[in-house]
Design a protein around this ligand. Structure first.
Ligand SMILES: Cc1cc2nc3c(=O)[nH]c(=O)nc-3n(C[C@H](O)[C@H](O)[C@H](O)COP(=O)(O)OP(=O)(O)OC[C@H]3O[C@@H](n4cnc5c(N)ncnc54)[C@H](O)[C@@H]3O)c2cc1C
Length: 458
């Protein structure tokens, strides 16, 4: 009898882990409440515009992404960002400044003052800090690089990745690699040089150098392809999952299309969001709910705008821009989607993806949605020198978007480790453990698979 694993959730975390389990010869079944694969990775095409409702791209930080793409037969679908996408802008004083990545442009940029630049050069002279888990990103960055770098580089960057608040996110939980540079090498500059050698040995790319990818028909192509490769082992539209112990095995009861099903398995992996896990696992640990319900997922709205090329008077020569909180706008930034990837807008049009809300501005959603959208369109059009109304407007509201690895998050991580130790055969994964990006979820899927395999083989 082959050993069997039931995976709950068909987002990228669940599907990628199920893929490795299936590949190594175990039985695997994925149970998903939704009618489609992908979780946060959802893509639609409407009026020839491509809408990525969740992630608009990923960074190829691990060779596992390419492996999944090749083995599921979608290598022809994968696309990489245009060269122009390397140029990123930051808003300061109502002007877009290119984020400098090389020494000469850094010296010349007006994004930072002379004082701010000199402060950044002082970075190697600041020693190590004590505890990264209880240190916010703001504390870490302002100590090492100064307040101005925090406000005009890191603050918008944190909005772009986590839709988060740098005063609240834990530097070691949210950006472990950044903190590790200080921990291991004593500083960020020293660490960046020495860390590059280590990454080369591990065949991993840093987020600064990894290639940005997507697919001709959007990010959902990847989970769809993994799901297709697993065939009937992925079951959609399920409800009422109940997990109970059955000797050394587990029993999973669920309903699908009105039919009640009961399956026995050796191991259960949950990959659903943090605030849902305890729904299944709290009968095994009644503290789990209390611990996981506090993981904050701020609301985020994605707004898509389409314009005729001739309406746009500003040159589109980059990835888009991010907005520091200090600039006090109604949105976090905008991605020039049709500049970065082919196939995003009809011939003659340009498509933009705009982010609104996040941990620093959840209050924006207290006002009527239409009013907020109109305000954002006005601010965006003014900055981009756009004439006239957008010809295409869509939005997607995520009430609980991205888990925030805030101060003290280590306690949540430790609790999940302890839960798995106390309940052999039950595993917890998903974007609230080990990184929120698509790349991190894929990287993590292999680590979770290794843990499950070790358990099954013990
Ligand atoms: C708006 C937005 C923009 C983002 N942008 C980027 C980006 O540009 N680049 C990037 O790398 N990352 C980005 N991310 C982050 C990244 O997309 C996610 O962290 C990642 O896709 C999460 O995958 P997951 O499988 O862990 O969780 P999810 O995608 O949330 O999957 C969980 C699955 O569990 C299912 N589920 C829920 N409840 C149950 C239940 N009771 N029973 C069974 N199944 C259930 C859900 O339907 C879902 O399919 C973004 C996220 C959001 C929300």
């Amino acid at each position: 009898m082959k050993k069997k694993v039931i995976v709950i959730g068909a987002g990228i975390s669940g599907l990628a882990t199920a893929y490795w389990i299936n590949k190594s010869g175990y039985d695997v079944k994925v149970l998903e409440t939704n009618s489609q694969a992908g979780g946060a990775m959802q893509s639609n095409r409407e009026n020839e515009y491509l809408l990525d409702l969740g992630p608009n791209s990923g960074l190829e930080t691990t060779p596992l992404i390419k492996q999944l793409v090749n083995e599921t037969g979608i290598s022809d679908e994968m696309i990489y960002a245009n060269e122009a996408g390397n140029k990123r802008y930051i808003l300061r004083n109502n002007d877009l400044h290119e984020l400098p990545t090389k020494p000469i442009p850094f010296i010349q940029t007006k994004l930072f003052s002379l004082k701010g630049k000199l402060r950044i050069f002082g970075e190697p002279f600041f020693g190590k800090s004590k505890d990264g888990y209880y240190q916010s990103i703001s504390q870490f960055v302002s100590r090492r690089l100064g307040q101005e770098f925090l406000d005009y580089a890191i603050n918008p960057f944190v909005s772009g990745v986590f839709a988060g608040d740098p005063d609240k996110l834990s530097v070691k939980s949210a950006f472990p690699k950044l903190y590790r540079l200080e921990e291991l090498y004593g500083g960020l500059v020293k660490g960046m040089f020495k860390g590059a050698k280590e990454r080369k040995r591990n065949a991993e790319k840093s987020k600064q150098t990894a290639k940005m990818f997507s697919f001709k028909n959007g990010m959902q192509t990847l989970p769809n392809a993994i799901s297709a490769s697993l065939g009937e082992n992925v079951i959609y539209n399920i409800s009422d999952i109940k997990i109970s112990k059955n000797g050394i095995k587990y029993k999973v009861d669920y309903s699908v299309n009105g039919e009640n099903i009961s399956e026995e398995c050796d191991s259960v992996l949950s990959t659903v969001p943090a605030y849902i896990v305890s729904k299944y696992f709290s009968s095994f640990d009644n503290n789990l709910e209390k611990i996981l319900k506090d993981v904050y997922h701020p609301p985020v709205m994605i707004l898509y705008l389409g314009y005729k090329k001739e309406q746009i008077k500003r040159k589109l020569d980059g990835f888009g821009y991010l907005i520091p909180t200090k600039e006090k706008k109604n949105y976090l930034g905008a991605i020039w989607s049709s500049v970065i990837f082919q196939n995003r807008a009809p011939e003659g049009d340009e498509a933009f993806t705009i982010f609104i809300g996040g941990a620093q501005a959840p209050h924006l959603f207290d006002s009527p949605k239409e009013e907020l959208i109109n305000n954002v369109i006005t601010e965006f059009a003014h900055l981009m020198k756009i004439e006239g109304e957008p010809k295409f407007v869509r939005n997607k509201f995520w009430a609980k978007a991205i888990p925030q690895y805030n101060l003290g998050y280590i306690e949540i991580e430790k609790y999940c480790d302890q839960f798995e130790e106390n309940n052999p055969g039950l595993f917890i994964s998903g974007n609230f453990r080990g990184g929120i990006s698509v790349g991190d979820c894929v990287k993590n899927s292999e680590l979770v698979y290794e843990k499950i395999k070790k358990y099954l083989e013990a």
